[in-house]
Structures are given as C-alpha cells and as structure tokens.
Design a protein around this ligand. Sequence first.
Ligand code: FAD
Length: 516
Amino acid sequence: VLSCIPGRTNLCSNHSVTTPIDLPPDIRSSLDSLDLEGYISFNDVHNASKDFGNRYQLPPLAILHPRSVSDISTMVRHIVHLGSTSNLTVAARGHGHSLQGQSLAHQGVVINMESLRSPDIKIHKGKQPYVDVSGGESWINILRETLKYGLSPKSWTDYLHLTVGGTLSNAGISGQAFKYGPQINNVYQLEIITGKGEVMTCSEKQNSELFYSVLGGLGQFGIITRARIALGPAPHMVKWIRVLYSDFSAFSRDQEHLITKKNGFDYVEGFVTVNRTDLLDNWRSSFSPNDSIGASQFKSEGKTLYCLEVVKYFKLEEANSTNLEVEKLLSELSYIPSTLFSSEVTYIEFLDRVHIAEIKLRAKGLWEVPHPWLNLLIPKSSIFEFATEVFNNILTSNNNGPILIYPVNQSKWNKHLSLITPDEDIFYLVAFLPSAVPNPNSGTSNLEYLLRQNQRVLNFCAAANINVKQYLPHYETQREWRSHFGNRWETFAKRKHTYDPLAILAPGHRIFQKAT
Ligand code: FAD
C-alpha cells in the first residue's frame, strides 16, 4: 500500500483511501455567493464521488447544477480568479460512466452536465442534416428525437445511456466505426468553455485548434456545452447475425474482409468465449435468435470460440432484397457452417440492446459492482500474437463478462484529433469488460484476481513489444502519460497550456496537476 499523501488518493485494488484537503471556509462561501441561474449544492456529493468503475471514492466539495452556459463560465472564471490560493478543480460529469475516477474532482467542483438543458435537441434537415444538442444530453434521447424525422447519428457506442460530452471526450467506438470513424469524427461544431472560462465556438474552419484538441481530449481543454452532430437516414429494421469460429485466423480474416468491403454490413463486431458453454448469452446483449433452440443447444465444450457479430440495416420495403444481400455476404465467410444465428429487430431495439441487460443487472444489484475494465487498441500486425497468448494462456475463462474484439479502419478516423491510436491502417479494439461480483458464500470478490489478469495482459504486450494503446486510458504517472502520447505529447501539453493554463479541468485523469 502506498503511503498517504494529503489530498491525494492511495490506490488499492478495490477502494481508495482519501485524506481531505483543508479548504479555507471563505472558499466555500465564495462559491455559495456566485450569481447563478442554476444552483450549487454541498450536500449531495455522494453520487459524484464515484463512477461506474466503482473503485474510487473521491468526494467533491460541491456540485454545480447549471441552468445555463453562463453558470458554467461563471464557475470556471471564479476558480481561475482564486488562482493558486485554492486547490479547487472542475470536472464536468456526464453520467459518471468512467472507470477509474476520470469524472471525479476530489474536493473540487463537479458540474452535473445533465442539468444543462439548453439548447433543446434541435434537428436540421436538408442535404447535410445535423442535430444541435447540449453537452449533457444522452445519446438515447438524441436517437429517439432524430428518429421522429427519419434521421439518426451514424456512429454509436454499444450503450446509449452515455452523454455527448462524455463520449466526445474519449472517442465513442462501436461496430459502425469502421465505416464512419468514431463519434468524434461525426461532429460539425462545438461550443466550449475553456479552462479560462471563455465561451468559444469551434469547428474545422473556426478555432480549429480547439476543435481538434477537445475531440478525444479527455476533458483537458474545455467543457463541451453544445455539439452539432452529423445525421444520416435512419433504417427501420436490422438483420442481426452471429456466427462462430474456432480458428482465430479465419475469424479475423473475415472481420477484416468485411470492414474493407464496399456495400457490406453496417456494423461489424465480435467477441471471444473462453471455456464457456452458454455461448450466446452474455450480459451486454439482448440477442434472441430465430433458432433459439439450436443456439441454446450449441455447446463450446470448453473450447475458445470467436463469435462474429454483424448487422445489416434496412427499410421495411427492402426486406426481400436485404435477405439476398445478406446471404451473399455470408457466403463469402468461413464460419462453422452449423453456427449461423440470426434475428430481426427494430433499429432502436438493436442500438439500445445493452440497456435491457442493465435493467436485469440493476434488479439483481449487479450493476453497481466494481468494473475493472481494460480497453486496448492493438495494431493488426500484432493481433494474432496477442490473441494466441491472451485467449489461450492468460485468460482461463470469461465468466465475469464479455471480451469484445473487432477491427476498424484508420483511414476513416481523423488524425488531427487528440485521440491516440496505433499507427497502422487497421487496428483492433479489444475490450475486457468484467464485473467483480461478490461471492455469496465468502462475501469476497474476484477484483484482485481480475486486476492481476489485466496486468498480465499489459505485461505481455510490453514484453512482446506490441505497440498497444489504451482506450479510455488510465495511468498513475506523467511518465506513463507521455509514453501513451508518444511524439504527440508536446502538442497535447502545449494545448493544455493554451486552453487550461492553471490545469483546473478534468483532474481525475491525473495527467496534469493544478499548480498551488
Ligand atoms: P463521464 O464518465 O461522466 O465523463 C467522462 C470524461 O469526460 C470525464 O473526464 C469528464 O470530466 C469528461 N466530460 C464529461 N462531460 C463532459 C463535457 N460536457 N465536456 C467536457 N468533458 C466532459 N465507450 C465507447 O467508446 N464505446 C462503447 O461501446 C462503450 N460502451 C460502454 C458501455 C457501458 C455499460 C459503459 C459504462 C461505458 C461504455 N463506454 C463505451 C465508455 C464511455 O464512453 C465512457 O464511460 C465515457 O466516459 C462516457 O460516459 P459519461 O457520458 O457518463 O461520461
């Protein structure tokens, strides 16, 4: 266990011990006296002291519930004005779905972005349709609203109860990213409050440096108060298919074939099952195939299997031609022939699939357990070596949660943005998404074991010289952050100095520390 540094966190595996920072009482009263349309509270800090990862407890001093952009700007300017006389920092909080305290501000101010209700979701039709939304808006609300106009954002995450500001600060990656890039690639314009409290509009043409900095910028350069997101025509239905492979090479070859094909599937993902029998059942999906009996009878017999998951969108009137297209696409693949499972659901049912599982897990008290997730971006040139070692030797089971694996095309990703990826035409997202579930008999959980397993995966990548990049990254030291950014570190640090010179924004990432 690390020694205790006042105001910092001692990071143990399943909890964090914090010692409070002494704040002069006049700081609290100065916050209280700000002229706001919304309000500031000092009592409801419990929820904002943790996140979905549920491993850190870092209570803020106060929560700002803004009603307007000017409330946020007033708060940031006030903290800048206090300067080094206070330790105050600011974290915008979407829904707190971060994993390692990224949306927390220990003894600082957390901004509850959901209470920023303006602008209302506003849709612009036309040749290049888009939607204007508040930074605290959740993607599911945007989908429901845009569908009323037959439109939809193009790029998604697997789970829609995340906020615009939260995913645009990271990337927003799902099975459509091979075609449209991540969500950060599908933004026309942003309104930002910088770390100096200035309100700025930015796009590729206006204040482009700020635009590129903020997208994928881990909340370091500004708070997103409004975003203009690209839309396209929405389909009515999707054909949702899963097929299985026992050979990793065949699986990844087919995935790569599909993401480079014109007029192929609209969504390509995949997952690994290690030593499992109930193959098609996992928490993140409501997949219920037409041949449910066949699917339930399929047994993996303890083998490692790879499941390719693909989707074809269609309008109701295109149902017949879609079936033919799908048949043709499937005929090009080399999955195990008896393992084709398919289903047809509405577009919104497909996109909101993880929420069904969330409801079930919440009912059992299993949503709010620790989530020691690890998300990696692996270059194509190393994926075979990675898969061979990790899925055969390091992991002995995946009963604790899904392991996703799918490739994306870098050519569809904007290289100017802050997000760091491996530098190869194709790279894979590999996501280990376990839950540390308490054992009902002993009361202990397997968190330590899962964390050690993550470390073994990272150690293997280091030893094998795999140029892996963490997605939703988490590091303890600036040295590790520098190594994550590589030759883009200088630019990242320079931009920080330009837009947030006192380093007050998004302290939970521990990249920069406020000077006091
Ligand atoms: P928060 O966790 O609240 O915030 C995340 C970071 O962004 C923090 O640093 C915060 O300070 C900053 N931030 C929040 N709002 C703003 C804002 N308005 N302006 C500036 N900075 C801001 N990610 C994917 O890419 N693909 C997936 O498929 C995917 N699936 C997921 C499934 C589940 C069940 C969960 C829990 C997470 C998933 N994620 C996925 C990760 C998700 O993108 C991150 O958790 C992300 O942080 C969004 O969560 P949030 O909106 O609650 O943001």
